[in-house]
Every structure is written in structure tokens, then in C-alpha cells.
Design a protein around this ligand. Structure first.
Ligand SMILES: Cc1cc2nc3c(=O)[nH]c(=O)nc-3n(C[C@H](O)[C@H](O)[C@H](O)COP(=O)(O)OP(=O)(O)OC[C@H]3O[C@@H](n4cnc5c(N)ncnc54)[C@H](O)[C@@H]3O)c2cc1C
Length: 410
């Protein structure tokens, strides 16, 4: 039987582990902290299948200068990290050309379609179907100009068959009452789903994995060494042998790729939020404040307010003033929101400069499969990515063309 070692027990690693098990493989998952220790625990819980446009786009380049002026705004670069992030930002800027955006939109759409098709069978497989909610997303705009500026994006989504409904303020009140009058227009996308709570979901995946006979090890992986018919995973003084290895260590994956001699330009877009008690607001859908770079989401465990991008690397301490700034804004946008009793969180989005993940084999060995760099969309794309990883592990033709996701594309 094929033995697979998956490095990383986030939503990507555990989803891949479960699909590999369903194809008859024996799987060990190694995580330095255990399941749901990283970004997968604290995200907004959205399956944002309608989000097919890459973040790297002319739209973000228009907004970025204004956003960067506000040190606690939607996009920030701490001075201590500005030089380190410069090469990544240059690649990001190059990915904003119309040709690059068209190519990454097509690739993103293929992965989204696959992920949406795979999601419900995967939830059934992992016994987590009752955690899925289909409440949609309401994107809100302040004034006619912001609303009109969104039309190109909606036209692109229309071309890909995505359902959406533009709304007046009065119509929006039927979907989400209590929005401040500054929001004059909105667009509702029903095909945007949510998970009850992302941490509980990943813990449930870990439980299902163990019930299927999976082994979970708590250890820090320091490298992977290819062998003639597999690879060894190095954990301190110990090594475990595998026929195949999956690197799914989120924002830390490039460090493992480095041990295989590959330099992959993975950076982190740090994100922040605050989770309030469940009765903080009568929230009926996810609401996206696109002009302010954050969302408000209903989870089974609370109301989560968060987002923002801080290009600050893996080592700087968190700056929770960002969580506070978003919470203050949320209170003015939804005046009924009760902002007391919250828990703050910061997480590392694993991000590649063209907004697409790396899904493919390592250069040094076809027995090592990379699955990382999902940026803002790791939960959304987890079931599709798991299917693709399992295809690679089984030497089966991948369900979609993997060329745009090649880890060697940079
Ligand atoms: C504020 C915020 C909101 C978000 N909202 C959404 C959303 O609504 N929808 C969505 O789809 N996505 C969202 N995301 C993005 C999503 O959370 C990530 O893309 C996703 O969680 C990445 O999953 P992962 O499994 O690759 O990484 P992680 O969840 O970070 O898991 C990686 C794991 O690897 C382990 N690890 C790392 N290095 C090593 C090592 N050397 N040895 C052993 N183990 C190691 C870590 O302990 C960790 O458990 C959001 C992110 C943030 C920050």
C-alpha cells in the first residue's frame, strides 16, 4: 500500500489526507502543533466560489496608493519588512497586466469550479455535511462611483456564469437589515457558502482522518530528502520514510521547499480579525465591505469581523490595532453591532504573487507534491486542491490542467 506523509494539518493538508485515504493510501500527517494551528483556524469561514478575479489586478493597483496612506487601513507594509517584500511586490505588479489577469482568472475559475463540484461529496466523505451553510454574500458600495467601478468585475463573473443580483439600499435591507445609509448599492451572490466554524471544521477533518486509520504526529519538519523510490521527512533527529510526501505547511511551505533546493516566492499576507459573541448582531449573510478590505461573517461560535492585508512576513509581532480599527469601522457600518467581549486573532495567509496556489510536483522529486499558497482562498479551494493532490499521488491525470499552478512557474 502507498504510504503518504502530509506535512501540515491545516485545511489543505487534512483535506488532501482524507481524499488520499479514500483512494486506498495509508497516510501520516505531521504538524508541529497539531490540527488547525494556522490560518485555517481563524479565517472568515467563506467558500467564496464567486471570487474568481485574482487579487493581483489593475483594480488593486488603483486602490493601493490610497489604502497604503492609512497605517491601519486595508493594506499595509510595515517599514521593518518593506525591503524584504519588494521582490514579491514587483512580481505582484507584473501579474497585474491585462494578459496575466486574463490567464489567472481562467485558472482560478477552473479551480473554483472543481472545488465547488468536489465540496459536497467531500463534506459527505468527512462526515461534516451539517457544517455547511448557504447564506450568500452581500458586497456593499458607498455611492454610485464605487458601484459603477465594480461593473467590469461583475461582467467578467457573468461571462463565467456566476449568478449575482445588483441591489438598491431598500433591496439590501431585505437581505441584511441595519446597514448604515452610506451604503447606497450592493451586489448579492447566492453561490457563496460558509462553514459553521473553520476551526471546528478542521478539527472534525482531523477526527475523520484518525477514524479512517490515519496517524497524526506532532513534530516540526526541518526538511525533505528524496530517495530513489520515495522521500524521507526529517523531523529533528528522526526521519520517516514515505512513498510520497505532500508539502502543505501553509505560509511556511517555502522553507521546506528550500530543503529540496527550490526557491519559491511564497510570502504571507497577514490578516486580522475579532470574533464577537454570537448575539453581537442579527447577521443574515456575509457582508463584504470591499472598499475597506474586510468582511463580517456569522459562525456557529460568534460574529467575526476581519480581513486586511499586512505584508509583514512571518516574524514581526502582531499589531492588533488593525483588529480594533476594523471593529470600529464595522460599528459605524452596522450600528446595531455590539463590540464587547471579542477575541482578537492574526493569521498568515500563504500567498504567491499571482494569487494562484502552487499545486504540482517538486523539481527534485516526482514523489513530493506541493499544495500551498492559497492566499485568501484556502478554505474555498480545499476540496478541489485535495482532489488534485490525490490525482498526483495516484499518478492519475489531474482533474484540471495544472500548468498555471506549477510551483516552477516563477
Ligand atoms: C483573516 C483571514 C481571513 C480569511 N478568510 C478566508 C475565507 O473566508 N475563505 C477562504 O477560503 N480562505 C480564507 N482565508 C485564507 C485561508 O485561511 C488560508 O488560505 C488557508 O487556511 C491556508 O491553509 P493551509 O492548510 O495551507 O495553511 P495553514 O492553515 O496555515 O496550515 C499549515 C499548517 O502547517 C503547520 N506547519 C508549518 N510549518 C511546519 C513545519 N515545519 N513542520 C510541521 N508543521 C508545520 C502549521 O502548524 C499549520 O498547522 C483567510 C485568511 C485570513 C488570515
Amino acid at each position: 500500500m502507498v504510504h503518504v506523509v502530509v506535512i501540515g494539518a491545516g485545511v489543505i493538508g487534512l483535506s488532501a489526507a482524507l481524499v488520499a485515504q479514500s483512494r486506498g493510501m495509508t497516510v501520516t500527517v505531521v504538524d508541529r502543533e497539531g490540527p488547525a494551528a494556522g490560518a485555517s483556524a481563524g479565517n472568515a469561514g467563506a467558500f467564496a466560489f464567486t471570487d474568481i478575479l485574482p487579487l493581483a489586478s489593475p483594480g488593486i493597483m488603483r486602490k493601493a496608493p490610497r489604502w497604503l496612506l492609512d497605517p491601519l487601513g486595508p493594506l499595509s507594509v510595515p517599514p521593518a519588512y518593506a525591503l524584504r517584500i519588494a521582490p514579491w511586490m514587483y512580481r505582484f505588479w507584473r501579474a497585474c497586466s491585462p494578459r496575466a489577469v486574463a490567464a489567472s482568472t481562467a485558472a482560478q475559475t477552473a479551480l473554483m469550479d472543481l472545488s465547488k463540484a468536489e465540496l459536497e461529496p467531500f463534506l459527505a466523505l468527512s462526515g461534516t455535511f451539517d457544517m455547511l451553510a448557504k447564506r450568500g454574500n452581500l458586497q456593499v458600495y458607498e455611492g454610485e462611483a464605487e458601484f459603477r467601478a465594480s461593473f467590469d468585475g461583475w461582467a467578467a463573473r457573468e461571462r463565467h456564469g456566476i449568478e449575482f443580483h445588483h441591489m438598491t439600499a431598500a433591496e439590501m435591507a431585505g437581505v441584511q437589515p441595519g446597514l448604515a445609509p452610506r451604503f447606497t448599492h450592493g451586489t448579492f451572490t447566492p453561490g457563496w457558502y460558509s462553514i459553521a466554524d473553520p476551526k471546528l471544521y478542521v478539527l472534525a477533518l482531523a477526527e475523520a482522518f484518525r477514524e479512517n486509520g490515519g496517524v497524526m504526529r506532532i513534530a516540526e519538519v526541518t526538511g525533505v530528502v528524496p530517495t530513489p523510490d520515495g522521500a524521507e521527512v526529517v523531523m529533528g533527529g528522526e526521519r520517516i520514510s514515505a512513498d510520497r510526501v505532500v508539502v502543505a505547511a501553509g505560509a511556511f511551505s517555502h522553507r521546506i521547499a528550500q530543503s529540496l533546493g527550490e526557491a519559491i516566492p511564497l510570502e504571507t499576507e497577514r490578516g486580522y480579525n475579532t470574533t464577537l459573541p454570537p448575539d453581537a448582531l442579527d447577521l443574515r449573510t456575509q457582508v463584504t465591505f470591499g472598499g475597506h478590505g474586510f468582511v463580517i461573517s456569522r459562525l456557529s461560535t460568534g460574529i467575526r469581523v476581519g480581513g486586511a492585508v499586512e505584508l509583514g512576513g512571518l516574524d514581526l509581532p502582531p499589531n492588533y490595532k488593525r483588529s480594533e480599527a476594523m471593529l470600529r469601522k464595522a460599528k459605524t457600518f452596522l450600528p446595531d453591532l455590539r463590540t464587547t467581549g471579542g477575541v482578537q486573532w492574526m493569521g498568515f495567509r500563504p500567498s504567491l504573487p499571482d494569487s494562484l496556489p502552487a499545486i504540482g510536483r517538486a523539481k527534485a522529486s516526482r514523489n513530493v507534491v506541493y499544495a500551498f499558497g492559497h492566499g485568501h482562498l484556502g478554505l474555498t479551494q480545499s476540496a478541489g486542491s485535495a482532489r488534485l493532490v490525490a490525482d498526483l499521488l495516484a499518478d492519475a491525470p489531474p482533474a484540471i490542467d495544472l500548468t498555471p499552478f506549477s510551483p516552477q512557474r516563477f
